[in-house]
Ligand binder design. Structure first.
Ligand SMILES: Cc1cc2nc3c(=O)[nH]c(=O)nc-3n(C[C@H](O)[C@H](O)[C@H](O)COP(=O)(O)O)c2cc1C
Length: 284
């Protein structure tokens, strides 16, 4: 099957064959994750393979009590890791500023792209997977359980295993039509008619689906909501309380070392200036 067909066919798999994934296959899938694009080739993530049944069960409970999580043959937590490079900077005697929300977002991106590479690679060899949300809902428990450090936060929980024929036959949930998602040059807020049509085109009842998602995914009860937001806030505050400030509060924000390369790129320097270790995306 072509990669495009694989991507279009892929669906989340939650129930797996009772068959472990061999170590060499796991190693290969990890290599595929590592091969994903990564900011400045820094690989701003770590991955925890959760094997301990007690930890698996606790994770399943934290993630909205979804028991199939604990039964998954391979359970990975992709961590957005701003710690490793910070430690390197300190080790190199560079007196680094502490990691910021920008570092958090970049490491989050890195972790998710790595995870998604693994999802696609796994699918191509008959291994299904499913992301699991809401690990952020219990900061204290997760930090303790996984021994997380400051500047290290969970980005994605992924379960993997050999797909059962039944799961394979399941209908893949329909997507919204491209016209509601893709714009030219500028963002456009959808009209009321378009918002409704969006659901009609995927053969869904607007009121029913919007109310269900509102109830189950968005407007979680006031107590739960406060707890989840409080938990997420702790991850952010873990980066230090001085995060939400104006850019001018961070005069040294564009790393000094990058400025010559930035100037060269902006003045149209040839491609060789764009070192692999310092691609344009890093020059922020
Ligand atoms: C960030 C994220 C969190 C998710 N969390 C869960 C989850 O907690 N439980 C679950 O069964 N599926 C979860 N999923 C899978 C989605 O339900 C699934 O991707 C969606 O329904 C589309 O179906 P498909 O992946 O089969 O195309 C999650 C997916 C993403 C991207």
């Amino acid at each position: 099957m072509s990669t495009i067909d694989e991507l279009l066919e892929r669906k989340s798999i939650r129930i797996f064959e009772h068959k472990p994934i061999p170590d060499d296959i796991k190693a290969q899938l990890l290599e595929c994750a590592f091969a994903a694009p990564t900011c400045g080739t820094q690989m701003l993530y770590s991955i925890i393979e959760v094997e301990d049944p007690v930890t698996k069960a606790r994770l399943a409970k934290i993630c909205q009590n979804q028991q199939f999580i604990a039964r998954a043959p391979w359970l990975l937590v992709f961590l957005a890791d701003s710690r490793r490079w910070y430690d390197c900077y300190e080790l190199a005697g560079l007196d680094p500023r502490p990691p910021t929300i920008l570092d958090m977002l970049l490491s989050y991106e890195d972790a998710c792209y790595a995870a998604q590479n693994m999802v696609v690679a796994a699918q191509s060899i008959g291994i299904g997977s499913c992301y699991i949300g809401l690990i952020h809902s219990d900061h204290d428990e997760v930090v303790k359980m996984l021994d997380l450090d400051q500047y290290v936060i969970p980005a994605a929980v992924l379960i993997l295993g050999y797909t059962t024929p039944r799961q394979q036959r399941r209908r893949k949930p329909a997507r919204f039509d491209s016209r509601f998602l893709v714009f030219k040059d500028k963002y456009r807020r959808l009209s009321d008619e378009e918002l409704k049509e969006m659901f009609v085109l995927r053969e869904q009842d607007f009121d029913k689906v919007v109310r269900r998602i509102f109830r189950t995914k968005y407007q979680i009860g006031p107590e739960d909501g406060a707890a989840v937001l409080g938990s997420v806030g702790k991850y952010i505050y873990g980066y230090g309380a001085n995060q939400v400030t104006r850019p001018e509060d961070h005069p040294g924000y564009i790393p000094r070392a990058y400025r010559p390369e930035l100037a060269a790129l902006l003045s149209g320097g040839d491609d060789d200036d764009c070192d692999v270790d310092c691609p344009p995306g890093d020059l922020r």
